[in-house]
Design a protein around this ligand. Structure first.
Ligand SMILES: NC(=O)c1ccc[n+]([C@@H]2O[C@H](COP(=O)([O-])OP(=O)(O)OC[C@H]3O[C@@H](n4cnc5c(N)ncnc54)[C@H](OP(=O)(O)O)[C@@H]3O)[C@@H](O)[C@H]2O)c1
Length: 263
């Protein structure tokens, strides 16, 4: 079984680090033309150079935009689409995670801010790209969410809240967008990225334990006994973005080494 994305254009967001970057790399290796999107131009230029171009002379580019600024994202994608002659077939909605802490301690302003970072921006990008997907007869919208969508996590109040909203939003779009467009969520468990390393360092500092001890506790909660790598998440994203996943639609796919306790 061979998976190819030759001739497909993919917009991969939050793609200069972690899961997003690994996804851009894997999709490029499968032959897709990648458009990266995140905030830091220097990191975007560096990531661009890491993308494979050997299959069919894939063409890669980037958009600089901040998901906290939804107007900026709207303008940036609008401008990009007026210049691009072929449509996007694949949208990977992804950005940085929300801050830790109990929900009850979070202000309504903070909740709205992070709801907007994920949900509003995912919606703007989906709305912008769907006409092109319909025109081309091929659409894959893949949202990077969290295993918190299945089983709320301790001390992750905002994350638990927004992941639930993403599930409802994505399922609704999946119901509305057939027959050529699928919409699915990938729910990573603990994955070795900058975001998780920061969380672990914070937990170690708060609890007075060493970083190794905090890692040890986390590993013990995963039946496979370790963290996932960004590439292990990206491989599943790539399958869902490919023609082989043509009947997978409107679902939450947990990629967590077995950590999530629910069925
Ligand atoms: N790692 C895990 O264990 C884990 C587990 C479950 C769920 N998740 C979720 O998976 C998603 C990705 O996590 P990750 O661990 O890969 O994160 P990461 O390593 O911190 O990477 C985040 C990426 O998003 C970009 N980004 C952050 N804020 C942005 C903004 N305002 N506008 C545009 N781009 C932005 C960053 O680039 P710039 O800063 O350069 O813009 C970077 O490329 C998050 O929603 C996270 O909560 C992660």
């Amino acid at each position: 079984m061979q998976i190819t994305l030759e001739g497909k254009n993919a917009l991969v967001c939050g793609s200069t680090d972690g899961i997003g970057k690994a996804t851009a790399i894997v999709l490029a290796e499968m032959g897709a033309n990648i458009t990266l999107l995140s905030r830091n131009e220097e990191k975007l230029q560096k990531t661009l150079k890491e993308l494979d171009t050997s299959i069919q002379g894939q063409k890669h580019q980037y958009i600089v935009a901040d998901f906290f600024q939804s107007e900026q994202v709207t303008e940036a994608i609008k401008e990009h689409l007026t210049q691009q002659t072929t449509p996007f077939h694949i949208l990977i909605n992804n950005t940085g995670g929300p801050p830790l802490g109990p929900l009850i301690e979070k202000s309504s302003i903070e909740i709205i801010k992070y709801m907007s970072l994920h949900l509003t921006t995912f919606h703007i990008l989906a709305q912008s790209l769907i006409p092109g997907m319909n025109e081309s007869g091929y659409g894959r919208i893949v949202n990077i969410s969290s295993n918190a969508a299945k089983q709320p996590l301790l001390n992750m109040g905002i994350s638990n809240t927004i992941r639930g909203a993403i599930s409802g939003w994505a399922k609704t779009l999946a119901n509305e967008l057939g027959p050529n467009i699928t919409v699915n969520n990938i729910l990573p468990g603990p994955t070795d990225t900058k975001e998780l390393r920061n969380i672990i360092a914070g937990k170690a500092e708060q609890s007075g334990r060493s970083i190794e001890e905090v890692y040890g506790v986390l590993h013990s909660k995963v039946p496979l006994g370790r963290l996932g790598s960004p590439r292990e998440i990206a491989n599943v994203v790539a399958f869902i973005a490919s023609p082989l996943a043509s009947f997978v639609n409107g679902t939450n796919i947990v990629v967590d080494g077995g950590k999530t306790g629910s069925l």
